[in-house]
Structure formats: structure tokens, C-alpha cells
Design a protein around this ligand. Structure first.
Ligand SMILES: NC(=O)c1ccc[n+]([C@@H]2O[C@H](COP(=O)([O-])OP(=O)(O)OC[C@H]3O[C@@H](n4cnc5c(N)ncnc54)[C@H](O)[C@@H]3O)[C@@H](O)[C@H]2O)c1
Ligand SMILES: [Zn+2]
Ligand SMILES: [Zn+2]
Length: 395
């Protein structure tokens, strides 16, 4: 029997690398003939994992984490027709059947058949269908023909693997946030959050032709990272209101488009930057987005938050000034990014050197054993995207 090791959530503030079961090509008692087993080449730590590890979700102890997976196919079920053993593939973090009405409409983030408790599933994530995560050496991927993106040339792909590893989540997610905010040539954009998703979104805004991309955060190293590839930045610890800081950059206190790359663990602005105020970003983006503008919201909002300060927020109810958004005819777009909608195009943007996405988000490759330290450093606000290389195949 092959060995497998994975990163498990133990309790708030703690993850551990454990010996875990080698994946079976099975769904319960049934053989999963449409699935494959992957030897994992790279698997990234995400801000979404941090919500669980900080104890801000109902994730159970022992959950094997990891939804950002790139790997080599080492076994394929009988019904897998177009993916073969030896292929190097990117796995969208959304698990999708390819057969339900939402999948058929390209809405793979809310597949109706892969999670008995709600639409949408992901590997290694609370409430997302119980699928085993991929911060591990091996993982099982169902509906392989539909889900997987095969890289056209393995040698070429290994040469750009630090960039391509970002196709499983944050590059498409950041790009989706920008697209949903209506970013295009000449746009002036505000991106809230300079974590990996915010930085990937800012780089995507440049790819889409934005004229000015203003990134806001309260961590100076992360803002410096945004500056390193041509973004303007605003430090939200500053007492000057966000609108005035935007006016100092573009001459008016508003932007065409805004993207929330923060989510429900948002901090306040100015003197409140040290404490959590979950509706801050949603209210701020309504405040600074022009009338008629659109707002992309890839930042995560939950239906259950045991760590929230008040009872309403414990159920995901936040104090949002929806009247302002209504008055300005704003459009809002929320939810999981349907990765498959974008990953092929963004792969080509990487392979043909149209974007340096690993550099923008500052990828740092670590071993599986270093994952617990990666979680800690990321939680402290390191201006890095940690990528786990469980078999030492990335160099
Ligand atoms: N929709 C999707 O499909 C999808 C996919 C991946 C990640 N996400 C979510 O995107 C969000 C960002 O992910 P990440 O990996 O970059 O996380 P992260 O925690 O590293 O980054 C969040 C950043 O927001 C900053 N921040 C806090 N309050 C702020 C405020 N009021 N204004 C501006 N910045 C503020 C933090 O300092 C931090 O740098 C998370 O909520 C994550 O769960 C969603
Ligand atoms: Zn992720
Ligand atoms: Zn489906």
C-alpha cells in the first residue's frame, strides 16, 4: 500500500502534517470510474484555508486541507476518456459534475451534484461536500475529463510551474473579481486587500487594460508588493478617509470599478484598523465606486462564524448600507470563482509571457513539512503566496 501524508486542521491556530489514507478511486462504496489519482506536484496555501485555521468556521478537527492542486495523473478510472496517465494537470478548486444545469451554464462554483448539503464543492473545505483535501502527496479528483486542465507540454509547464500552480484558484479568482467589476481598457480600479487574491486581481486588472489600479491594505509589506508591479497603494491605517486618498491619486474621490479581495475578516479603517469590522470593505467599495459601477466580491462571506463578535455576524448577517448601493445602481457579484471559465485563457497568458503572476503574488515554494510554518507566516501577514512542493518536483 502506498503512503500518503497531508496537512490536517487540528484546532484554531494549529495544523499538522499527518499520515493519511492513500486515495481510492471510489465514491463511498462505488468505484469512481470517472476519477483519477494525482501525484501532487504543487499545492498552495490559501487565505480561504486561514479562515478555517483561525477557528472562524465550523471546520471539524482532522479535516485534510488543500484545494489548490496541480499534479501528475498516475491512475485513471475506466470512464476517463480524454485525460491519460502521465498528463500534468491543473485542478480547479471547485468540484463540478459537468452534468447539472449550473455546470452546463458554466457556473461550476455552484454545481448541484457534488455536495449533498448545498450547491458547490471544493477539496478539503468545510461545508464543501466532504472531499479530501490536496495539501498532500496524492489526491483523488472526480469527473476528471470535465474538471482537469491538461498542460500542453510537460517540459514547458514545469519551467513555468510557479506561475501555473496559481491557475487552480487565485489567478482565476482575482481575474474573475476584476471581470465582474467591469474592468477593461482605461478603467480606474480600487482593489481592497493586498493578500494573494488582491495581488492576483491587481495584476489581472493590468492584463485587462486598467489605467490605474489602486490597492488598499494595512500591511506595509503587502502594499510594497503591490507597488513592485506598478499599482498605486493606499494605507488604510491612515486617518485620511479612503475617498480622499483615492482623490489624491486620480483627482476625484471615486473609481470606476472596485473588487473586495478581503471578505468577512475585514478590519476597520484608520483608528479602527487594528480591530475587525466585517462590513467595512463592502461599505467602503459602495462609497468609492461611481454611480453605475460594478463591484466584484471574491472575498469570502460565511453563513456560520463561531468567532464573530455579535450574534448577527455569527450567522453571516452584516451591517451593510445597501441603500447607498441601491441609490448608486451598483451591481454586485459574489460567490466562488468558476475557475474553469478562465483557466485555459490564463494558462496561455502565462505560457506566452503576457503576465508574471508568480512574481506579482511573490510565490515561495516550501516542502510539505514546512506547511505548518507556512500557515503561521501567512497568518502573520507575510507578503508571500506559499506553494507546497510535496515531492520535490518543482525545481
Ligand atoms: N471567491 C472565491 O472563489 C475565492 C477564492 C480564493 C480566495 N477567496 C477569498 O478571498 C479573500 C482573500 O484571500 P487571500 O488569500 O488574499 O487572503 P489574505 O487573508 O491573505 O488577504 C486579505 C488581506 O486583506 C487585508 N485587509 C483586512 N481588512 C481590510 C480592509 N478593510 N481593506 C483592505 N484590506 C484589508 C488583510 O490585511 C490581508 O492582507 C479571502 O476571504 C478568501 O477566502 C475567495
Ligand atoms: Zn484558494
Ligand atoms: Zn454540476
Amino acid at each position: 500500500m502506498c503512503q500518503n501524508h497531508g496537512v490536517a486542521y487540528i484546532k484554531p491556530g494549529m495544523v499538522e502534517v499527518q499520515s493519511i489514507e492513500y486515495p481510492k478511486l471510489a465514491l463511498g462504496d462505488r468505484k469512481c470510474e470517472h476519477g483519477v489519482i494525482l501525484q501532487i506536484v504543487s499545492t498552495n496555501i490559501c487565505g480561504s484555508d486561514q479562515h478555517m485555521v483561525r477557528g472562524r468556521t465550523t471546520a471539524p478537527a482532522g479535516l485534510v486541507l488543500g484545494h489548490e492542486i496541480t499534479g501528475l495523473v498516475i491512475e485513471a478510472g475506466r470512464d476517463v476518456e480524454f485525460i491519460t496517465v502521465g498528463d500534468l494537470v491543473s485542478v480547479p478548486f471547485n468540484i463540478a459534475c459537468g452534468r447539472c444545469r449550473n455546470c452546463k451554464a458554466g457556473q461550476t462554483g455552484i454545481c448541484l451534484n457534488v455536495n449533498p448539503s448545498r450547491p458547490g464543492a471544493a477539496y478539503g473545505y468545510v461545508d464543501m461536500g466532504g472531499w479530501v483535501g490536496g495539501q498532500a502527496e496524492y489526491v483523488m479528483v472526480p469527473y476528471a475529463d470535465f474538471n482537469l486542465l491538461k498542460f500542453p507540454d510537460k517540459d514547458q509547464a514545469f519551467a513555468k510551474i510557479r506561475d501555473l500552480t496559481l491557475l487552480s484558484d487565485i489567478f482565476p479568482t482575482g481575474y474573475h473579481g476584476a471581470v465582474m467589476a467591469g474592468v477593461g481598457p482605461g478603467s480606474i480600479v480600487y482593489v481592497a486587500g493586498a493578500g494573494p487574491v488582491g495581488l492576483a486581481c491587481a495584476a489581472s486588472c493590468h492584463l485587462l487594460g486598467a489605467a490605474v489600479v489602486i490597492v488598499g491594505d494595512m500591511i506595509p509589506e503587502r502594499l510594497a508588493q503591490a507597488k513592485s508591479f506598478g499599482c498605486e497603494t493606499v494605507d488604510l491605517r491612515n486617518d485620511t478617509p479612503l475617498a480622499d486618498q483615492i482623490a489624491a491619486i486620480v483627482g476625484v474621490p471615486e473609481v470606476d470599478c472596485a473588487v473586495d479581495c478581503v471578505g468577512f475578516e475585514a478590519r476597520g479603517h484608520g483608528s479602527e484598523a487594528g480591530t475587525e469590522h466585517p462590513a467595512t470593505v463592502l461599505n467602503a467599495v459602495m462609497n468609492v465606486t461611481r454611480a453605475g459601477g460594478a463591484i466584484g466580491i471574491p472575498g469570502l462571506y460565511v453563513t456560520g462564524d463561531p468567532g464573530a463578535k455579535d450574534d448577527a455576524a455569527k450567522e453571516g448577517s452584516l451591517s451593510i448600507r445597501i441603500g447607498l448601493g441601491w441609490a448608486k445602481s451598483h451591481s454586485f457579484y459574489t460567490g466562488q470563482c468558476p475557475v474553469m471559465k478562465y483557466h485555459r485563457q490564463l494558462m496561455n497568458a502565462i505560457l506566452y509571457d503576457k503576465i508574471q503572476i508568480a512574481k506579482a503574488v511573490n510565490v515561495e515554494v516550501i516542502s510539505l513539512d514546512q506547511a505548518p510554518k507556512g500557515y503561521q507566516d501567512f497568518d502573520k501577514g507575510a507578503a508571500k503566496k506559499f506553494v507546497i512542493d510535496p515531492h520535490g518536483m518543482m525545481n
